[in-house]
Design a protein. Structure first.
Length: 350
């Protein structure tokens, strides 16, 4: 299966005026022979969530005869997961993936997409909402403070839990459990009486193995398997779907502005294929990992519709309202951003 990175319309919207202006001014076309190297910072191993990144690097190299290359740095080789925004700002990397819940203080406006129980029934609607959200002036201004543009959503699917010890078959069973659950998912679990902690994905295996947490939430089966949690877990949830994490690919504004127009065009044209590659990678991962979990004998926990509805009723609105108030205190239009999410999702068919 081919793998790839895509650029969202956010990039086109933010840079289109500059690009069009250069053409109208009669700027000479960029030479294909111009050498450009971007350092791409990721964490963990190559996996479904990085399918777009791998494909994108391959695409730009192929279409420029190797003159525009991306050096893929996995495993936090050039920047810790929590510091990719900092690395963009100081210019040590040109492109990287960030998870906004890892550092909410750095990007409070962006954390609206980390809230639980948002109306994302499928990845297509999630994509539409994320792209609209990244173009909101408050988000654009927030990213600009880091010399960054959020150009592409990696569309992390709904999270599920894997854990050890007694399986939490009832909502009450979560009370007192220490769980790795970041952002709004963690706040939702707190409503159930769990004790959430924010741990970057690369550290989750060790946290679970050493008993620092009883369970960990990661997006879908692809990340649970990529971080090898199935090797030490006894059970997993199959339909909890409390929410997802906002993990966009961000690019240095300086690096983007310096990129030859010909290379910008290649990136923009890779956009549609990249999202399709990403969605296909998630689907394939589920088709492989779910049977593997069952074969290993992990207990599958499925909650009834009544249990899930109770969870939503108890956690969703209370967490949303709390977030809006916290954003108001920070000068962020949280109510406007939350409305944008729901209005965009509704128009997209949610």
């Amino acid at each position: 299966m081919r793998r790839g990175v895509v650029w969202s319309r956010a990039a086109a919207g933010l840079t289109g005026a500059l690009f069009a202006g250069a053409l109208l001014a009669g700027a000479p076309a960029a030479q294909a022979a111009e050498k450009v190297v971007w350092n791409f910072s990721l964490w963990g191993p190559p996996r479904a969530a990085t399918a777009a990144a791998d494909f994108f690097a391959k695409t730009v190299a192929e279409k420029t005869a190797g003159n525009f290359t991306m050096r893929m740095h996995y495993g936090e080789a050039v920047s810790p997961a929590k510091e990719n925004l900092d690395s963009i700002k100081v210019g040590s990397i040109e492109i990287g993936m960030v998870c906004t819940a890892y550092h909410p203080g750095k990007n409070p406006a962006m954390t609206g997409l980390d809230l639980p129980f948002l109306p994302f029934p499928n990845l297509d609607i999630q994509q539409t909402v994320h792209e609209a959200y990244y173009r909101h002036p408050a988000v654009v201004a927030e990213m600009k403070r880091w010399n960054a543009i959020a150009v592409f959503s990696n569309l992390l699917p709904q999270s599920e839990f894997m854990g050890v010890g007694k399986p939490p078959k009832a909502l009450e069973d979560w009370k007192g459990l220490r769980v790795r659950a970041i952002g709004g998912i963690g706040e939702a679990m707190r409503v159930l009486g769990a004790v959430p902690t924010s741990v970057p994905a690369p550290e989750v295996y060790t946290s679970l193995e050493r008993g620092m947490v009883n369970a960990a939430a990661l997006p879908s089966t692809y990340n649970l398997a990529a971080m090898r949690l199935h090797e030490i877990s006894k059970w997993y949830t199959a339909n909890m779907a409390p929410g997802t994490s906002n993990c966009p690919t961000v690019v240095s504004i300086d690096a983007w502005n310096a990129l030859p127009a010909e290379y910008k065009k290649i990136l923009e044209e890779a956009y549609p294929a990249g999202y399709e590659v990403l969605k296909a990678a998630y689907k394939e991962a589920d088709s492989v990992n779910l049977p593997m979990f069952r074969k290993l004998g992990l207990e599958e926990i499925r909650y009834s519709d009544a249990q899930l509805e109770e969870f939503r009723q108890r956690a969703a609105k209370s967490v949303w309202d709390k977030w809006v108030e916290e954003m108001k205190a920070k000068g962020v239009p949280g109510d406007e951003l939350l409305k944008l999410i729901f209005d965009t999702a509704k128009k997209a068919g949610a």
